[in-house]
Design a protein around this ligand. Structure first.
Ligand SMILES: Cc1cc2nc3c(=O)[nH]c(=O)nc-3n(C[C@H](O)[C@H](O)[C@H](O)COP(=O)(O)O)c2cc1C
Length: 450
């Protein structure tokens, strides 16, 4: 029977996706300590989650008013640690949990990313995954030596070539290259370790790559593009896909379209897992969950939304009065996560700042699934069984509470219904996701055939 994929959506920062989460009475206050991440790792592994996934951004959200004072004083994602280092700590505290982190194709070199993640994969017995993002705002550009962010589609063109270099390096060592014959003195067969010699439009990288293949071949590739260009990229390269569908019906439609795109590219749609972003507030009963939700809904401030919208859309919302409408020109200038803008514009053509905040829901708890085991499991079952997704990326309203509640109240119910496995299938992330070890150079043959 088809089994649901479950992913914990984590941040190596001072709050969750909900910027106000650090004010929650039961949030831990040591989110920059190793024990915080060891604890979350153990909770997710006890719940048999497939993956702990860390998002990333390479700057504080300081676009609003072009100043970081509000960011720091309100604790709006102002601490951001390197996710791979944090992931390594989590990997040392677990043995089966998959470990995914975000790294940008715009600000790192492909050789570096290939080596970092392949090493992580070896050091975690084949449990690593890389979320490929192209980054989105000027703050990140300015921290990484550029004046401003590169244009949206061009970022994806670079990212395509980035993937060819990374996958090329990951293919450098054939599976039977290493001999280690101490008697003859042969360490590895030179004819089975290849130089890449890549020279393209954006990148140059020679090789040979210096890290052999891992028990799962190479890390699982995660992608979350939502625009037309982004989805094409995801269909080409992604093995685990994150989506944020606006509702069940559009989810069903977009999921089917995406799987058809994947198939057209010569890939097996059953080997590409599509997971949908959710917020849950779970408890022993529906009433208790509603009380918990009311407590969470009191946390957000208006400044959270203003700051996060400015960051995500690369547009300073402080240049406008709260009741002033955006002009067409201003709306066109918004770059970054344009999907947020487009969702707002579908409801209101020229919204005011206040309306933009309300319609986008940014900075607040968005469409949470609130309930006891039955209510939450019913919703997840419907999305999964009726094929709007293959599983879920669980975002937290406070940590570790959201994950503990989900593991205590929801996981046993999903297991009882036969929707979610009772134990890990193996050690590597690919074994647990039910996706095959990639054959060396298979992706290149597919690209040439297409
Ligand atoms: C669950 C999820 C996690 C994401 N994590 C990150 C992240 O860590 N860093 C980032 O810059 N973008 C992240 N994104 C944004 C996507 O990479 C992508 O840019 C976005 O969905 C917009 O699509 P587009 O790039 O095709 O316009 C995430 C998106 C989703 C749905």
């Amino acid at each position: 029977m088809r089994q649901m994929t479950l992913i914990g959506f984590l941040q190596a920062q001072n709050c969750t996706n909900l910027a106000s989460s650090w004010r929650h009475p039961r949030s831990r206050t040591d989110s920059w300590s190793p024990d915080f991440y060891r604890h979350i790792g153990r909770v997710l592994e006890a719940g048999k989650f497939h993956l702990a996934f860390f998002d990333d951004r390479l700057s504080m959200p300081d676009m609003y008013g072009r100043n970081h004072a509000h960011t720091v004083s309100h604790g709006i994602r102002c601490v951001k640690m390197d996710p791979v280092t944090v992931l390594t700590v989590m990997g040392m505290a677990t043995t089966r949990l998959g470990l995914g982190a975000t790294y940008s194709t715009t600000y790192y070199e492909p050789f570096h990313v290939a080596r970092l993640f392949q090493t992580l994969d070896l050091m975690t017995d084949g449990r690593a995954a890389w979320n490929v993002v192209t980054s989105l705002n000027d703050g990140e550009a300015q921290n990484m030596g550029r004046a401003e962010v590169i244009e949206h589609d061009l970022r994806y063109d670079r990212a395509d070539e980035f993937m060819e270099v990374v996958l090329g390096h990951w293919d450098a060592w054939e599976d039977d290259a290493i001999v280690q014959d101490k008697v003859s003195g042969l360490f590895a067969r030179a004819d089975k370790v290849h130089r890449l010699d890549h020279q393209g439009r954006f990148f140059r990288s020679r090789g040979p790559f210096t890290v052999p293949r891992s028990p799962q071949g190479h890390p699982v590739v995660i992608q979350a593009g939502q625009s037309g260009r982004g989805k094409r990229f995801a269909a080409q390269w992604g093995e685990l896909i994150f989506t944020a569908y606006s509702d069940f019906q559009s989810g069903k439609r977009e999921y089917a379209e995406f799987k058809a795109d994947v198939e057209r590219l010569g890939r097996d749609p059953e080997h590409i897992k599509v997971t949908h972003l959710i917020n849950t507030v779970a408890a022993a009963t529906k009433t208790e969950a509603e009380d918990k939700c009311a407590e969470i809904e009191k946390l957000p401030l208006e400044i959270d939304a203003l700051s996060l919208l400015s960051e995500a859309l690369n547009f300073d919302f402080a240049t406008k009065g709260m009741d002033e409408a955006f002009t067409d020109k201003e709306l066109a200038e918004m770059s970054g996560l344009q999907g947020i803008r487009d969702r707002v514009l579908r409801v209101k053509k020229n919204p005011t700042v206040r309306e933009f905040i309300q319609i986008s829901g940014r900075g607040r708890l968005h469409n949470p699934i609130v309930g006891g085991p039955k209510e939450v499991a019913d919703r997840l079952e419907q999305w999964f069984v009726e094929r709007a997704c293959d599983g879920f990326v669980l975002s937290a309203t406070h940590v570790p509470g959201t994950y503990e509640d989900f593991v205590t109240f929801v996981v046993p119910e999903l297991q009882r219904r036969g929707l979610f496995r009772k134990d890990y299938a193996g050690v590597t992330l690919r074994e647990n996701l039910g996706i095959p070890v990639p054959e060396v150079t298979r992706w290149r043959a597919r690209l040439s055939a297409g």
